[in-house]
Ligand binder design. Sequence first.
Ligand SMILES: CC(C)(COP(=O)(O)OP(=O)(O)OC[C@H]1O[C@@H](n2cnc3c(N)ncnc32)[C@H](O)[C@@H]1OP(=O)(O)O)[C@@H](O)C(=O)NCCC(=O)NCCS
Length: 161
Amino acid sequence: MIAFLSRLFARAVPALLQASPRDAHAIAELHAASFSRGWSEAEIEAMLLERNVVAHRALLGQRFAGFILSRLAGDEAEILSIAVVSARRGRGVARALLDLNMRRLAGLGARAVFLEVDEDNEPARRLYARAGFHEVGKRPGYYRQDKGAAATALVLRRDLA
Ligand SMILES: CC(C)(COP(=O)(O)OP(=O)(O)OC[C@H]1O[C@@H](n2cnc3c(N)ncnc32)[C@H](O)[C@@H]1OP(=O)(O)O)[C@@H](O)C(=O)NCCC(=O)NCCS
C-alpha cells in the first residue's frame, strides 16, 4: 500500500493555484526551511497583499508542495523566491510553478524577467537554464554565509516574447 501510494505521488501532477495571504504561514515555513535568512510570516503576508506581486502555490495531493513569488514593475519582473518542499523535489514542481508564474507575468505585460541565484545552487541554476534564463551579471560576495567567504550571486534574465 505504501509503495503504491509513493508511486502514485511520484507521478502526480501538481495542482497549481494562485496564492493568497492565507498561504503566508505555509510559505513562511518552507522559506525558512529553504534559505538561511527566512522571511517572517508577516513579511510574506505583506508581499501577498501587494498588487504587483504574482504568487502561486503547488499542491501534490492535498499537501502544500511549493510556492513562487514574483514582482512586476513596469514591463520588467523579478522572481523573488521559489522553493519546493524537500521531500517533493525533483518531480517538476518548480518547473511547473515557474512556467505558470511567467505566463501570468507575460499576461500582465512583463517583457523580461530577472532573478538572482547563488552560483553554487546547482538545482536552481539547472531549473532556470532549462526555463530559458541566461546570465547577465554577477554580484560577488552577495550572499552572506555562516562560515567562509560570501557566495556570488548570478543575475539571470529571460525575455518573454
Ligand atoms: C531549486 C528548487 C526550487 C527546484 O525544485 P524542484 O521541484 O526540485 O525542481 P524540478 O523538479 O522542477 O526540476 C527542474 C529542473 O531543476 C533541475 N534540478 C532539480 N533538482 C535538482 C538536483 N537535486 N540537482 C540538479 N538539478 C536539479 C533539473 O535540471 C530539473 O529539470 P530536468 O529534470 O527537466 O532537467 C528546489 O531544489 C528548492 O526548493 N531548493 C531550495 C530553495 C532554492 O534554492 N530556491 C531557488 C533560489 S534562487
